[in-house]
Design a protein around this ligand. Structure first.
Ligand code: CMC
Length: 429
């Protein structure tokens, strides 16, 4: 029997159905609320609001569970590659060997960027943040790769998806090269997705880049951990912008803009800046914890806390292990890892952090992994964006295929002036 909740408004009873997800989460379906009662709900930051039904990613914030299409992220991080995980998210199932080979070949085939587009990069000011450059360039892709009317909608989506996954990686590396005043390195057929990216970033005519398989594996794990996270801020932006039926490039460009923020993907850069400040101030983590718990101080512990996770972020645990693994393999030490470990230990015992459920999230150890690979600080969030692409794409596809699709258009409660008359300028005081 369908479960329902009753609400009483002005003495009149209304019934709303309860929707139950496959993992048992329950939600009150209020889609007919305004029509039936004339009232809306108010939920700043959408803390209590489910915006869609989705079959892509499951998270349990209390237990620290994350699964893509049902598969635990821990298994994917250990056994899969980023390209295979991207296929899984976008197509809803793991590929066969033939499908995976075909997908990888397609990604290679589409990896070049239009030469005219390449020149755009020259005109951004030196020092411009790569996230701003990337979002502009992704939006510009539509101008260079317009829709072809002869193609079916399905073919058009397939080719756009492949282009995005392939070219965003090339453009990310290009923006880095050009920002350094270096010649662009083109993608090469013989390299895998991650190896190609590293080669495009770091190969030089005087010192050919030797692709290190440890870095390739680390990058695959990094990207798998970022591949989707259900209705986070940037994914919600992609769905919202996409709901106006813009093209996929424009919707993804909106997602990149949202991801840039320091409370979201920009946190991986902010964590390193914070750890550096701790190091420069003598390495004592206590004053930073005190600042974080001071209500009059806007400072936040970057890389800590999460809207959904009220325990350890499962991605953070894998990232921490990856940090140790990669530094051990390289036989390197990073002073920022020592600070991070100390900060985590102190935070887990700190009353404010305990009270606010502040645990390390995916971004806390991510930057140390990227530093070990040689990725520069201002590219960290770009790396997150490449990783999140399959998630954005699959969520956009799901929303486009949703039979109950609607333009996203929240309402508000108006708290401004009541109707007043226009005052001509010479009569204003
Ligand atoms: N440092 C200090 N206090 C914090 C922190 C933090 N990192 N995070 C939350 N709080 C406090 C906040 O001050 C508030 O306290 P009070 O109730 O006493 O006023 C309370 O916890 C709730 O904060 P909120 O901002 O309403 O909670 P939220 O669910 O919106 O927070 C968050 C989520 C990620 C924005 C927040 O934890 C934060 O700012 N973290 C630091 C930035 C960060 O690491 N972001 C990456 C998130 S994971 C990757 C991703 O998804 O992009």
């Amino acid at each position: 029997m369908e479960e329902k909740v009753k609400i009483r408004i002005d003495g009149k009873d209304f019934e709303m159905p309860i929707i139950i997800g496959t993992e048992g989460e329950r939600a009150i379906d209020i889609s007919r609320l305004r029509k039936e009662t004339g009232l809306i709900t108010l939920d700043p930051g959408f803390v209590n609001t489910g915006s869609c039904l989705s079959s892509i990613t499951f998270m349990d914030g209390e237990k620290g569970i994350l699964r893509y299409r049902g598969i635990p992220v821990e298994q994917l991080a250990e056994k899969s590659t980023f390209v295979e995980t991207a296929f899984l998210l976008i197509n809803g199932r793991l590929p066969t060997r033939t499908e995976l080979t075909r997908f990888s070949v397609l990604l290679n085939d589409h990896s070049l960027v239009h030469e005219d587009m390449r020149h755009f990069f020259d005109n951004f000011p030196r020092g411009a943040h790569p996230m701003g450059i990337l979002s502009s360039m992704v939006n510009a892709l539509r101008a260079f790769y317009p829709e072809i009317p002869e193609r079916s909608e399905e073919e058009e989506i397939d080719i756009t998806v492949t282009r995005l996954l392939s070219k965003v990686r090339t453009m990310a590396a290009m923006s880095y090269r050009i920002s350094r005043g270096h010649k662009v390195v083109y993608p090469r057929q013989e390299y895998t997705y991650a190896a190609n990216f590293l080669n495009m970033m770091f190969d030089t005519p005087v010192r050919p880049y030797q692709v290190d398989e440890n870095f390739v594996r680390a990058l695959n794990v990094f990207w798998i951990l970022h591949a989707d996270h259900e209705q986070n801020c940037s994914t919600a932006a992609v769905r919202l912008v996409g709901s106006a039926r813009v093209n996929l490039y424009a919707a993804i460009s909106a997602g990149i803009c949202a991801l840039w923020g320091p409370l979201h993907g920009g946190a991986n850069q902010s964590v390193i800046e914070m750890l550096n400040s701790i190091l420069e101030s003598g390495g004592n983590v206590k004053p930073f914890l005190a600042k974080a718990s001071d209500r009059n101080d806007p400072f936040r512990l970057m890389g800590f806390g999460h809207r959904v996770y009220k325990t350890f972020d499962p991605r953070g645990k894998i990232m921490k292990k990856l940090c140790h693994d990669i530094l051990n393999k390289l036989n390197q030490k990073d002073p920022l890892l020592d600070i991070a470990l100390e900060l985590e230990e102190a935070a887990l015992k700190d009353p404010y952090c305990i009270d606010h459920n502040l645990y390390p999230n995916v971004d806390f150890y991510a930057g140390i992994v990227l530093r070990a690979i040689g990725i520069p600080l201002n590219m960290f969030t770009v790396l997150f964006a490449i990783g999140r692409l399959p998630g954005w794409i699959s969520q956009w596809k799901e929303s486009m295929e949703d039979p109950n699709w609607k333009l996203h258009r929240p309402r508000q409660i108006y708290m401004g002036e009541k109707a007043i008359d226009y005052i001509p300028i010479n009569e204003r005081k």
